[in-house]
Design a protein around this ligand. Structure first.
Ligand SMILES: Nc1nc2c(ncn2[C@@H]2O[C@H](COP(=O)(O)OP(=O)(O)OP(=O)(O)O)[C@@H](O)[C@H]2O)c(=O)[nH]1
Length: 623
């Protein structure tokens, strides 16, 4: 069975938690709605009607400023928290956290000073509330709000608007459906003229949440009494009326203490000929109990909606935390772990691009299937193996002694010269694949959501990956150039064996060749056919090599660049990072300060809401 104290204490705890976050019912939306979901009790009445006196006697302590004229000039949000019997009582202000006031005279002084701090030592008012918590074994758990007294005229030094300003400020508190109204009316005033009742009726027409409190019963004219009001006949409310006798100004001047005042009040009702029959339902102690009981039923009814509000906020905050990323650990080991995890996350995406889970890897195939064959086809072999060039190269190779059978040196030079052309397309393939890989690194970095919050690590990983790609490119270039060189270092013997042997048919070799003679023409024609044949032989050899390279260059490129990138892209980085100090590691995990701040706020709120949820749960389950 949940006690009344635990239920109201729960509300107080949640409200205090909200207060700690600087929420006064405005600002943060989720908090203000939580604040609004919780009930509170506001004390409303005309000036000097006895509001502060009622508050003090519920609390059982003298601590509110007092004096003639307008005293309460800012709302005072007062949280009463029952502590274990025998515990020292103390007070705490929201604006002075961690400072405990055990002397209630200094609480009064602080309220005065804090009021003046905002309003100046004038008779001005301010809607900014003062938050005060009182911890005591002598109170029940309640949140009370003391408000400036309603007035009908502005006094010297006050703006004309003050009458309306006060009313609007008070209304802003009591119009909230969760606000329980303690409408204070002095008994020595006609109930029909009560400002408190007038305002209460306006904001709570059904009277569900209005408690009528009649003060100054002892000051009524002899021969009159308030039984009609107290028994609900003069003015009907859903809740019972409670009569109160506070200390008179004379009592206060004589320093009559609170306990004595309560005793006196009890005696007053017990011995009163008018109110004796109502004694059990009168007095400030009874009022406090009545209020607590009412709050309990209100809160009980609210628990489901408070729970769902808290859960909704927790869900939202959790989602935001996920979005912001969880906070990073502080020790070097955990940081290293985090960095490696992030590297792996990036590496996984990069691999998916290559393996086809994500787009982009196909562009490598495009290099081999289109770019390389096209480049090979464009090589200028026609020019290199033209009759003129063949003639030139073969003649140069022969030197002073023309070849007699087959121009071996000539062939070699023609072939070597041709094969040299292959270096270009080979190296271009390496560069093209390099560009594709680099682009995939850039893409993968961008797509790695986990990395987004760490700009420093992001650029470090990108740098390390590009360095590796650069190294792979160098290796790959060396390898493809070597492939080309290998082709020219040893000619395929078989190919030449199969060449049809040239038949020497140059007739009349001993004659004196004269220009324009048929013999000379024959020899020229013969020579041209000879060189053409050489050219076409070389050309088909080169074509054969071209076919080989078209297949072997992609193999070399994949082996040296693509496979390496897939398996060892960050290996070098890993060996380096293992040697780093804690400080360098945390530098890598540098985050945007605004983001870190946001996360801190978010985590703080999440903790608060979870605490609130635990508290609601513990109460809800006991029932
Ligand atoms: N005899 C007697 N005097 C009372 C009673 N209630 C209040 N007083 C006196 O009325 C005066 C005003 O009381 P407060 O409690 O300061 O009234 P208040 O409504 O808080 O005043 P403001 O904050 O200035 O609006 C004080 O001198 C109290 O001693 C009562 O029930 N009986």
């Amino acid at each position: 069975m949940a006690t009344m104290e635990s239920l109201i204490g729960l509300v107080n705890r949640i409200q205090r938690a909200c207060t700690a976050l600087g929420d006064y019912g405005g600002g943060d939306q989720a908090f203000s709605s939580l604040w609004d979901a919780l009930p509170s009790v506001a004390v409303v009445g005309g000036q000097s009607s006895g509001k502060s006196s009622v508050l003090e006697s519920i609390v059982g302590r003298d601590f509110l400023p007092r004096g003639s004229g307008i005293v309460t000039r800012r709302p005072l949000v007062l949280q009463l928290q029952k502590t274990e019997d025998g515990k020292q009582e103390y007070a705490e202000f929201g604006h002075l956290p961690r400072r405990k006031f055990s002397d209630f005279a200094s609480v009064r002084k602080e309220i005065q000073d804090e009021t003046d701090r905002i309003t100046g030592k004038t008779k001005q008012i301010s809607p900014v509330p003062i938050h005060l918590s009182i911890y005591s074994p002598n109170v029940v758990n309640l949140t009370l709000i003391d408000l400036p007294g309603l007035t009908k005229v502005a006094v010297e030094g006050q703006a004309e608007s003050i009458v309306e300003d006060i009313e609007n400020m008070v209304r802003s508190y009591v119009e909230k459906p969760n606000c329980i109204i303690l409408a204070i009316t002095p008994a020595n005033q006609d109930i029909a003229t009560s400002d408190a009742i007038k305002l209460a009726r306006e904001v709570d027409p059904s009277g569900d949440r209005t408690f009528g409190v009649l003060t100054k019963l002892d000051l009524m004219d002899k021969g009159t009494n308030a039984v009609d009001v107290l028994e609900g006949r003069a003015y009907r409310l859903q809740q019972p009326w409670v009569g109160i006798v506070n200390r008179s100004q004379a009592d206060i001047n004589k320093n009559v203490d609170m306990m004595a005042a309560r005793r006196k009040e009890r005696e007053y009702f017990a011995t009163s000929p008018d109110y004796g029959h109502l004694a059990g339902k009168m007095g400030s102690e009874y009022l406090a109990k009545l209020l607590s009981r009412h709050l309990e039923s209100v809160i009980r009814a609210r628990i489901p909606s408070i729970t769902s509000l808290i859960n909704k906020s927790i869900d939202e905050l959790e989602a935001e935390m996920d979005h912001l990323g969880r906070p990073i650990a502080l020790d070097a080991g955990a940081q290293l772990y985090t960095i490696l995890e992030l590297c792996r996350a990036f590496d996984k995406i990069f691999k998916e691009h290559l393996d086809g889970g994500r787009p982009g890897g196909d562009r490598i195939y495009g290099v081999f299937d289109n770019q390389l064959p096209a480049a090979l086809k464009k090589l200028p072999f026609d020019r290199h193996l033209s009759v003129q060039n063949v003639r030139k190269i073969v003649s140069e190779a022969d030197g002073y002694q023309p070849h007699l059978i087959a121009p071996e040196q000539g062939y070699r030079r023609l072939i070597e010269g041709s094969l040299n052309y292959f270096r270009g397309p080979a190296e271009a393939s390496v560069d093209a694949v390099h560009l594709v890989l680099k682009e995939l690194v850039r893409k993968s970095i961008g797509e790695c959501l986990e990395l987004r919050r760490f700009p420093t690590l992001q650029s470090t990983i990108a740098g390390a990956a590009n360095e590796s790609l650069e190294r792979f490119r160098e290796e790959s270039k060396k390898t493809v150039v070597r492939l080309v060189d290998m082709e020219s270092s040893y000619l395929t013997v078989d190919f030449f064996r199969k060449l049809p042997q040239e038949v020497e048919k140059a007739g009349n070799p001993g004659g004196n060749p004269r220009e324009n003679s048929p013999a000379v023409q024959n020899i020229d024609r013969y020579a041209e056919a000879h060189f053409r044949r050489i050219g076409s032989n070389v050309s088909s050899y080169v074509y054969m090599i071209s076919e080989t390279l078209r297949n072997s260059i992609p193999k070399a490129v994949v082996y040296c660049q693509v496979k390496e990138a897939k398996q060892n892209l960050l290996n070098y980085f890993y060996t380096q990072i293992g040697r780093r100090e804690g400080k360098q590691l945390s530098e890598l995990l540098d985050e945007d300060p605004a983001l870190m701040d946001r996360r801190l706020q978010c985590a703080k709120r999440l903790e608060l809401y979870k605490k609130a949820r635990d508290e609601v749960d513990s109460v809800a389950w006991v029932r």
